[in-house]
Design a protein. Structure first.
Length: 152
């Protein structure tokens, strides 16, 4: 019991009060934040996922030989900036296990799996062969060699 002359203790707002003040919803005793609006200038906009392509699409939802860039975004040379970046990235050599996967995430903001899906589609692109014939030829040989080893 507190003495009569003691100041009242500061009370923390209840969870319901905090939820009302911050615009969060209550869900079974936990706080669920409200979705952000796209108008916040400090937060970059996240692109919406692509819808599934029709029949004949590749494993990543894109037709074989194409990447995420629409045909009208393709420059006259046939390769997008990201595709040229992927080819330049593949020319580097990695000494330590895991270093390349971390560099993929840092450089492109992609998982290693998605990066290799894009690279695989890029190897089938004739514009990539025209841009970097030695690199694309070496990567195609590695891909076919690994495929042969998997079949054994």
């Amino acid at each position: 019991m507190q003495p009569a002359d003691a100041a009242p203790a500061a009370t923390e707002p209840s969870t319901a009060d905090r939820a009302d003040a911050t615009g969060e919803a209550r869900d079974a005793g936990t706080l669920v934040p409200q979705p952000r609006s796209g108008s916040d200038p400090g937060v970059p906009a996240v692109p919406q996922p692509r819808t599934a392509a029709g029949p004949g699409a590749g494993a990543a939802g894109t037709p074989p030989g194409e990447t995420d860039a629409p045909a009208d975004d393709r420059p006259a040379g046939g390769l997008t900036e990201r595709e040229r970046g992927i080819l330049a990235f593949e020319q580097q050599w990695w000494r330590h296990a895991g270093a390349k996967e971390q560099a993929i995430r840092d450089t492109f903001g992609l998982s290693a799996t998605r990066y290799y899906q894009l690279l695989n589609a890029l190897l089938d692109n004739p514009a990539a062969l025209a841009a970097e014939p030695v690199l694309v030829g070496r990567l195609r040989r590695l891909r076919s060699s690994r495929a042969r080893n998997r079949r054994r």
